[in-house]
Design a protein around this ligand. Sequence first.
Ligand code: GLN
Length: 533
Amino acid sequence: MTKHIFVTGGVVSSLGKGITAASLAMLLKHRGYRVAMQKLDPYINVDPGTMSPFQHGEVYVTDDGAETDLDLGHYERFAGVVCSQASNYTTGRIYSNVINREREGGYLGGTVQVIPHITDEIKKAVASLDSDDNDITITEIGGTAGDIESLPFLEAIRQFKHGAGENNSIFIHLTLVPYIKAAGEMKTKPSQQSVGILRNIGIVPDILICRTEKPMQDEHFSKLALFCNVNKKFVIEERDVANSIYEVPVELARQEVDLKILKLLDLEPHDLDISNWENMVERVINNEKSEVTIAVVGKYTSLRDAYKSIYESLDHAGISNDSKINILMVEAEELEKSDNFDLISKADGILVPGGFGDRGISGKLKAIQYARENNIPFLGICLGMQCAVIEFARNVLGYKDANSTEFDEKSNYPVIDLMLEQKTITNKGGTMRLGAYPCTLIPDTKAAKAYDNVSDISERHRHRYEFNNDYREDIDSQGLKIVGTSPDGKLVEMVELIGHPWFVACQFHPEFKSRPLTPHPLFNDFIKAALNK
Ligand code: GLN
């Protein structure tokens, strides 16, 4: 039977609910339990696929092609849980399921209402991960207690716990205990009020996790326990960590949150061994051996969350190479404006990530040309690969207006173009090439070497445009070699530049598969090359 943990948040957003939920999953897995995770997002978009990274951070993609909230990246990175379409539901998705059913006559003439129809649909989403192979599902509720949009979700989980029976589900509330400098005091009132909001709708947290800047004193634990109606043992401090988010599970383990959860769920407290993880955290803290600077040339550089998995993957490769990674976020448009390469000249490696739309493209092309001509290690991802192909076609093959038809439909050299089946699609939601696809690598290439000479790999995609096969011969024969393709050979998945120390680009998104203990091979070799520059 699957037991359930619900994680809600209060007072403010951005408390790190996703990281906390992922850390709990990681600990429970290390105690021998099989854990699944999901996030319920109260916004109306059917999925985050069509949302700007400026609004909501990166869109994380699962193996089965779901375009999801970036918190799922934390779930997979921390806990190694496999996320899927069932791991992210939004209000939009819940409502469209209910409305579609209504249109099909599924409610037999009944009035369709938030309670019970929407709440039932939410409960179905929560139960969708129940199985004999899953001991515990952790469900994170997006947003903050008190948001209008969250109400049906909170009502649904209240009902869920009510129906689940004793010891089968628990509520964990993440809250903020701010330090007020002028008063020199930490304040518990916002947490009391946030728990008050939950209590109004019938939810009483079993565990309170308090985000703080400073250590909490005994009086704070007592006050929070008394006024939030939580057992004092179950008031947990989650103080800001100094070096890395990967310290969070270690901190939570120190306070035995995992054991407390197992007790509340009436599950055996198997032993915990997280020494691998602790060693990894040690390596993050003592990474003084070497340092590299990587320029990430993109268009969402002002928002860290927009390239979350890229930055994490760079850090993972830093850990395995015992090297500190300095990330230089370079706004492609800045590079476009001037021929001033100072912005990237200090970099030991240049990375051009994925993206959509033509803003900043010529800046990215400049950065790629600079990397190509100056032997700077380069990693191109998705749009980054497409730009590397355009740059090569323009500046090496002399195809002056070579372009992707995403940016110029009339280009004489459309080196990147839509495949036939994409040309007729007008619906923008969920219609790209999404999720895991196999790729075959050519032996004796840098790409194959990175993957330990394995020839068949699987990587995740999220794009509409592809390398145009009409230009394959020209480009490959002049030195931008096609080193990875779909198994049938029809789609170009990877290219690398012959005679360059390390210039590799891929049509897929390797950043979604990197983990702190097992960095992604391409990031790992990219950082190695940057260290050897
Ligand atoms: N805009 C490009 C495409 O749709 C690249 C997408 C990406 O980088 N994720 O093909």
